[in-house]
Structure formats: structure tokens, C-alpha cells
Design a protein around this ligand. Structure first.
Ligand code: ADP
Length: 253
């Protein structure tokens, strides 16, 4: 009889096996449920700007509109198209990261020219909104990273700093080496994030205080992408922030 032959040890192993199969099944179910929720949330995110686009396009056809009204509706159309574009781009990035083939390719990069170029690319969007962006590199150094991905990390964090900060505020990008690690620190003078939300903001489609966030125009994917890219580098990201106190995001690679 098979059962009789089971030693104590093998019975433990069978028990362990059945536990891990159960766990795997739970995980799969969990993933599927998460996927469904994610899809539902994405559909919602896509539908909202689309509703605005079709609604305001019809309104624009009316001939009794004042020039002021027309301008306002055109701005809304522009904002919603920009939101859709960002959402689709972010979804594409995330989908790419879900692929098992997603890899990063590290190379040796000189910090000063790299971050100066990134800054130049982003600075314009700050200036358009009358906000300031400053870069400080304590001393030049070489880092071994995937430059395309690190740029994506920095641009996403800087975009958030700009979006959630008031006019005339200063965002500081500080880069340095600590204990052999590359540290990228982004400090803003924006609206801040409640401490209870520090964990969840890195999840997909999480927006703290939805109405507030929609006003600032985002789909809650930026930080999820940042987190994945930081993880892919074997690094970590930390946040120090509170409502009304600004935010500091630190990436350690
Ligand atoms: P979103 O596209 O909504 O900005 P993110 O994933 O980039 O999505 O950020 C998630 C949420 O975290 C945002 O909706 C916002 O509430 C909060 N957040 C992120 N960065 C900042 C920041 N620098 N200042 C204040 N709130 C922020």
C-alpha cells in the first residue's frame, strides 16, 4: 500500500507540494482577477477622455458659440487628446515590461552630460508653466545603467513634480554617488502625498484622491512604470512626502 510506505519525511514533502500547488493556484487566480480589474480600470480611463472628445467636438459645431467658449472647448480637446496619448504610451510601456523577454541593457554612462541632456528635454515643459527646474551634480561620475530606462525614470518623476507643483515653484534634481550607488533625488514644492498613500502610489492605476488627480491630468501609470524600471535595475525607490509639504523621490541604483 502506497500510503503505508510514506515515511514521515515524504509525507511532509507531499504536504509541502500540495501547499505550493495551492499557493500557485491562488496566485494564478489572483493574477487573473487583477488582470480583469486592470482591464476594467483601463477601459474606464480610455472611455473618459473619449467621451469628452466626442462631446466637445459636437458642441464645437454649434454656431452660437462665443470666441471665448470656442477657445475653452478647444483647450479641453487638446488636454484630453494629450491624456489619451500619454495613457496609450504608458500602457505600451507596461505591456512591454510584462513580456518575459523584457530586458535592460546596461552600459557605462557619464553622469553630467547624461543628466544635462535629460534636463534640457524636460525643462521646456516646466518653463511653459512658469515653474523652475534645477539640476545639481555634486561631482561627475560614471554609472552602469540602461540609459534609455533611466531617462524614462527621471522624466516620469520630473513630470509628476511639475504636474503636482504650483506656479513659480522649484523642482530640484540632485544626482550623486553614495556607497557606490547612483542616487537620483527629485525634490518638489508641490501638493505632497499623504503618508498613508506612500505604498499604493506605485501600483498600477492608483491615483490619490481621484478628482484632484484628474485635474492634474494623469492616468496613474507613471509610478508603476518607474517602479518596474527601478526593480529591473535591481534598485529601489523611496518617497518622503506629506500633504502640503512637497515630495522627495529618491531612486537608488
Ligand atoms: P498620475 O499619472 O496620476 O500622475 P502616477 O503613477 O505617476 O500617476 O502617480 C500616482 C499618484 O501619486 C498621482 O495620481 C498623485 O496623486 C501622486 N503623486 C505622484 N507624484 C507626485 C508628486 N510629485 N506630488 C504629489 N503627488 C504625487
Amino acid at each position: 500500500d502506497f500510503r503505508v510506505k510514506l515515511t514521515h519525511k515524504s509525507r511532509d514533502e507531499l504536504g509541502e507540494l500540495s501547499t505550493s500547488i495551492q499557493k500557485l493556484a491562488d496566485d494564478l487566480e489572483h493574477t487573473q482577477k487583477e488582470r480583469m480589474e486592470f482591464l476594467a480600470a483601463i477601459s474606464h480611463e480610455l472611455r473618459t477622455p473619449l467621451t469628452y472628445l466626442s462631446g466637445y467636438s459636437s458642441v464645437l459645431k454649434r454656431d452660437d458659440l462665443s470666441e471665448q467658449e470656442r477657445q475653452r472647448y478647444v483647450s479641453i480637446l487638446e488636454e484630453e487628446s494629450a491624456r489619451l496619448t500619454e495613457l496609450v504610451k504608458n500602457l505600451f510601456d507596461l505591456a512591454q515590461m510584462d513580456e518575459t523577454t523584457f530586458t535592460i541593457s546596461k552600459e557605462s554612462v557619464q553622469a553630467t552630460p547624461f543628466f544635462s541632456t535629460v534636463l534640457q528635454r524636460v525643462k521646456h515643459s516646466f518653463e511653459l508653466e512658469d515653474k523652475h527646474l534645477e539640476l545639481s551634480i555634486r561631482e561627475d561620475f560614471e554609472m552602469v545603467v540602461d540609459p534609455v530606462r533611466v531617462e524614462q525614470i527621471v522624466v516620469n518623476l520630473l513630470d509628476n513634480a511639475r504636474k503636482y507643483s504650483p506656479i513659480h515653484s522649484i523642482t530640484r534634481l540632485d544626482v550623486y554617488v553614495q556607497d557606490g550607488h547612483t542616487v537620483i533625488r527629485i525634490e518638489d514644492e508641490g501638493i505632497g502625498i499623504h503618508t498613508r498613500d506612500h505604498e499604493v502610489i506605485f501600483e498600477k492605476l492608483i491615483r490619490v484622491e481621484k478628482s484632484r488627480s484628474r485635474e492634474y491630468g494623469g492616468a496613474g501609470l507613471g509610478l508603476a512604470i518607474v517602479k518596474e524600471l527601478v526593480d529591473a535595475h535591481g534598485g529601489r525607490i523611496e518617497v518622503i512626502s506629506d500633504i502640503g509639504k512637497g515630495s522627495i523621490f529618491t531612486v537608488i541604483l
